[in-house]
Design a protein around this ligand. Structure first.
Ligand code: HEM
Length: 511
C-alpha cells in the first residue's frame, strides 16, 4: 500500500517536472523568438521599433488572429497604438491604422513600399496576377485591365447583371424556407463573375462543381504556407490546379464558339486590350487573370451584398426612402420596376442610393486591408519600419477610428449627402477600395452591382429576418454574419407591390 502511494507521488512529481520543463522551454523559445525579430531592427535608424508581440515561434499570433477576428486588431491597437508589430501567416508584420499613416504607405508604393501578399496568397494567385506584379509590369497590366471596367463596358454588362440578380431573387422568393444570404450571395457573385463577366458557357452542373472548388481555393488563400498532405495550403494548391484546368477548357470552348453573343464580356475585352497594347496574353496569363478577377469579385461582393440586405432589414426607413427616390426618378411606378428604366446614367443619378451603398461599405468594409513590404527603412508615427518587414495598411480600423465620421458606429447614409459630405474631409479616412496606384480596379463594377441589387430588393422583393436577433459579425477571412444571415424572401404580385408602395408612403412621411 505504502509502495503504491509512493509510486503515485513519484509519477505526479515526474509529470509536474515535465510540465514545468515544457513551460520553461516554451517561455525561453518565445523570448528567443521575440529577440530574433528585435534583432532585425535597422541599427542605423535611431527610432524605436513599433510595440507589439510576435507571439509563439513559427505560428506567431496567427491562432489568436483566427479566433479573435476583428477583436484581435482592435485589442492590440488599443494596447500598442496605431502602428504595432505582430507575426501572422508565417511573416513578421506591422499593422498600420489612421488616415495619415495609411496615406504615407499607399502613396509610397514603388518607393517606400511594394506589394507583397502572404506566401499562400501569392502562390495561389500566381506570378502573372496583378496582385503579384510590381513597377512597370504592374502599370502595363493595369492598362490592359482598365478597358474591362470602362463606362462603355459597364453599360454593356448592366442588362446581364440585372437579369442574373432578378433570376436569383426569384429563386430566393420561391424557396419555402429561409435562405442563408451570405451563402447565396456567394453563389450570386460567382455566377455574375463566371457567366456575365467572363462569358463562360458552362452547364449548371459544371458551375456548381467550379463553385465548390473555388470555395476551397478562397478558404485557403490565407493559410500557413506549409505544403504537407491535409494542410489548407495543399488543399488550396489542388483547388487552383483544378480551377485552371476547368478555366482553360472554358476559354478554349469560348474561343471556338463566339456566335450568338449580344455583348462583349470582360474576357473578350481583356484579350482585345492585350493585343491593342502590344502584349497578347498567353493561356497561362489568361488563366491567372481569370482566377484573379473571380477571386477579387467573389468574396468582396458577396460580403457587401449580405451587409446591404442586413442593413435594409435593420433600417426599414432607409428602404422606404430608397423606394421614394426610385419613384421620384420614374424607375418605380405603381410598385413595379419600369421596363428598361435601369440604365447606367439613371443609376448614377440616384444620390440617396449612392449614400446607402457608401455607408454599407464604410461600416461593413469587406476587405480589412492590403499587404506591402518596406523597400527601405522609413518613419511612421514616430517608429521605424525596418526594410524587409511586411506592412499591412488597415481599412476597417481606419474607418472605425476616423474622427471625421460623427457617431462612427451608427448606420447613417446621410453622412455622405452633399450637405454633410463627411468623407470629403480627408482622402484617406474613407477607403473601402484602397487607394494609390493599386486602387481596386473593379470598384465601379462592384458599386454598380450593389446598386442594381439594392434597386431590385427595394422594388421587387419583400424579405424578413428569420431569426429572433441579428447575427454576430465575423471578419476573417472577409466580413460576414456568423450564421450567414437567415432571411425569408417572399414573391410579390403587383397587388402586394401597390400595398407596399402605400405603406412606404406612410412610413416615408414619418421618416
Ligand atoms: C465591394 C467589392 C470590392 C471591394 C470592397 C474591393 C476592395 C479592394 C481593395 C481594398 C483593393 C486594394 C488592395 C490593396 O491595396 O492591395 C482591391 C484591389 C483589386 N480589386 Fe477590388 N474590391 C471589390 C470588388 C472588386 C471586383 C468586382 C473586381 C473585379 C471584377 C475587383 C478587382 C480588383 C483587382 C484586380 C485589384 C488589384 C488591383 C492592383 O493590384 O492593381 N475588385 N479591391
Amino acid at each position: 500500500m505504502l509502495f503504491d502511494s509512493f509510486d503515485l507521488v513519484s509519477a505526479l512529481a515526474t509529470l509536474a517536472a515535465c510540465l514545468v520543463s515544457v513551460a520553461l522551454l516554451l517561455a525561453v523559445s518565445q523570448q528567443l523568438w521575440q529577440l530574433r525579430w528585435t534583432a532585425t531592427r535597422d541599427k542605423s535608424c535611431k527610432l524605436p521599433m513599433p510595440k507589439g508581440s510576435m507571439g509563439f515561434p513559427i505560428v506567431g499570433e496567427t491562432c489568436h488572429w483566427l479566433f479573435q477576428g476583428s477583436g484581435f486588431h482592435a485589442s492590440r491597437r488599443q494596447k500598442y497604438g496605431n502602428v504595432f508589430k505582430t507575426h501572422l501567416l508565417g511573416r513578421p508584420l506591422i499593422r498600420v491604422t489612421g488616415a495619415e499613416n495609411v496615406r504615407k504607405v499607399l502613396m509610397g508604393e514603388h518607393s517606400l513600399v511594394s506589394v507583397e501578399w502572404p506566401q499562400s496568397t501569392s502562390t495561389l494567385l500566381g506570378p502573372n496576377s496583378l496582385a503579384n506584379s510590381i513597377g512597370e509590369i504592374h502599370r502595363k497590366r493595369r492598362k490592359v485591365f482598365a478597358k474591362v471596367f470602362s463606362h462603355e463596358a459597364l453599360e454593356s454588362y448592366l442588362p446581364k447583371i440585372q437579369q442574373v440578380i432578378q433570376e436569383t431573387l426569384r429563386v430566393w422568393s420561391s424557396n419555402p424556407e429561409p435562405i442563408s444570404v451570405y451563402r447565396e450571395a456567394q453563389r450570386l457573385s460567382f455566377h455574375m463573375a463566371v457567366r456575365v463577366l467572363l462569358g463562360f458557357r458552362v452547364s449548371d452542373d459544371e458551375l456548381r462543381h467550379l463553385f465548390h472548388t473555388f470555395q476551397d481555393f478562397v478558404d485557403n488563400v490565407f493559410s500557413l504556407p506549409i505544403d504537407l498532405p491535409f494542410t489548407g495550403y495543399r488543399k488550396g494548391i489542388r483547388a487552383r490546379d483544378t480551377l485552371q484546368k476547368g478555366i482553360e477548357k472554358a476559354i478554349l470552348e469560348k474561343q471556338h464558339c463566339s456566335q450568338g453573343k449580344d455583348y462583349a464580356d470582360a474576357l473578350d475585352i481583356l484579350i482585345e486590350s492585350g493585343k491593342e497594347n502590344g502584349s497578347e496574353l498567353s493561356m497561362q496569363e489568361l488563366k491567372e487573370s481569370t482566377i484573379e478577377l473571380i477571386f477579387a469579385a467573389f468574396a468582396t461582393t458577396a460580403s457587401a451584398s449580405t451587409s446591404l440586405v442586413m442593413q435594409l432589414l435593420k433600417h426599414p426607413a432607409v428602404l422606404a426612402k430608397l423606394r421614394e427616390e426610385l419613384r421620384a426618378h420614374g424607375i418605380l411606378h405603381n410598385g413595379c420596376l419600369c421596363e428598361g428604366a435601369l440604365r447606367l446614367d439613371s443609376i448614377c443619378g440616384l444620390k440617396y442610393l449612392d449614400c446607402v451603398v457608401k455607408e454599407v461599405l464604410r461600416l461593413y468594409t469587406p476587405v480589412s486591408g492590403g499587404y506591402r513590404t518596406a523597400m527601405q527603412t522609413f518613419e511612421l508615427d514616430g517608429f521605424q519600419i525596418p526594410k524587409g518587414w511586411s506592412v499591412m495598411y488597415s481599412i476597417r480600423d481606419t474607418h472605425d477610428t476616423a474622427a471625421v465620421f460623427k457617431d462612427v458606429d451608427a448606420f447613417d447614409p446621410e453622412r455622405f449627402s452633399q450637405e454633410r459630405s463627411e468623407d470629403k474631409e480627408g482622402r484617406f479616412h474613407y477607403l473601402p477600395f484602397g487607394g494609390g496606384v493599386r486602387t481596386c480596379l473593379g470598384k465601379r463594377l462592384a458599386t454598380l452591382f450593389l446598386k442594381t441589387l439594392a434597386v431590385e430588393l427595394a422594388s421587387t422583393s419583400r424579405f424578413e429576418l428569420a431569426t429572433r436577433t441579428f447575427p454576430r459579425i465575423i471578419t476573417v477571412p472577409v466580413l460576414h454574419p456568423s450564421d450567414g444571415l437567415k432571411v425569408k424572401f417572399f414573391g410579390l404580385d403587383s397587388n402586394q407591390n401597390e400595398i407596399m408602395a402605400e405603406s412606404d408612403e406612410i412610413l416615408g412621411a414619418t421618416v
